[in-house]
Ligand binder design. Structure first.
Ligand code: ATP
Ligand code: BTN
Length: 265
């Protein structure tokens, strides 16, 4: 390991953060899979898995997440929620969204939007995807893995024709190089800070302030069809509120649904 190799730079940058242990791979399948295995083997709260490249990176519903070497952030943070935090389990993914938005503001001076429930957008394009996974021991929560992928350099962005939602990298917006590990540290710092506020007023206010497409016509795509309406906001459980053309308020729970701007007629 030399002073300029990525792992050493990462370890130096993480040394001031409240992390228990950091595992780095130049190439792995999926940092979420590595973190889930580590959790199973007893990893402590605050353990972190980072990879330069993923070969089987995952989104929701077994969709693929592409991580090209040297171009992106791909990491998974292991948390062991306290009983009080367990009440707000569904809010860990939005917590990650808030933390990425904060990290982009602090590290890169960018204003990001959060596409409900937790994609992070720049210029209405996806710059970051989040996959939060929970493991159980019987009816008790064993842990949460917060998996975060960020497109930093333009080469991180997959070809447009392969994507279900347009994507972008951070450097395409800043127009200058961004240090991946500075951004990682800013995001993690923000994760620890938002964790203290999980589910409180400031948490929801900040989430709603950053909500992409707020007040705009959107559609919710679900396996059994589409629902159109105006995006009103989020409720105290993190559900999306949508007002249909007939004036009915629909409450949408995160899951097997996708939010899209409404198709222009
Ligand atoms: P939705 O937009 O429907 O809410 P999602 O954001 O939760 O979906 P997933 O369902 O997890 O996304 O699927 C991952 C999506 O991200 C896939 O559509 C895939 O094409 C796309 N994708 C894969 N790699 C990247 C990347 N590096 N940058 C942006 N998008 C990517
Ligand atoms: C999404 O598409 O919205 C979710 C993508 C999540 C990608 C990250 S990259 C780090 C971690 N490892 C994975 O396999 N997935 C997550």
């Amino acid at each position: 390991m030399t002073a300029s190799d990525p792992e050493q730079l990462l370890r130096t940058r993480c040394s001031t953060l409240p992390l228990v242990e950091v595992r780095y791979s130049a190439v792995t399948g999926s940092t979420n899979d590595d973190a889930l295995n580590w959790l199973e083997a007893g990893a402590a709260d605050g353990s972190l898995v980072v990879a330069d490249q993923q070969t089987t990176g995952r989104g929701r519903l077994q969709r693929r997440w592409i991580t090209e070497p040297g171009a992106a952030l791909a990491f998974s943070l292991i948390l062991r929620p306290t009983p009080a935090e367990t009440v707000h389990l569904a809010l860990f993914a939005p917590l990650a969204g808030l933390a990425v938005a904060d990290g982009l503001a602090i590290c890169c001076g960018l204003t990001a939007a959060i596409k409900w429930p937790n994609d992070v957008l720049l210029n209405n394009r996806k710059a970051c995807g989040i996959l939060a996974e929970t493991t159980w021991q019987g009816d008790r929560i064993a842990g949460v893995v917060l998996g975060i992928g960020v497109n930093v350099a333009p080469s991180a962005v997959p070809p447009a024709e392969t994507l279900m939602f347009p994507a972008i990298s951070i450097e395409e917006v800043t127009g200058r190089p961004v240090n991946r590990w500075d951004l990682l540290a800013a995001i993690l710092q923000a994760v620890f800070s938002w964790r203290q506020k999980l589910g409180n007023r400031e948490f929801f206010q900040s989430w709603e302030d950053r909500l992409a497409f707020k007040g705009e016509p959107v559609q919710i795509q679900a396996p059994d069809g589409k629902l159109e309406g105006q995006l009103v906001g989020i409720d105290p459980h993190g559900n999306l509120l949508l007002r249909t053309a007939a004036g009915k308020m629909e409450v949408i729970t995160a899951g097997d649904v996708s939010l899209r701007p409404a198709e222009k007629s």
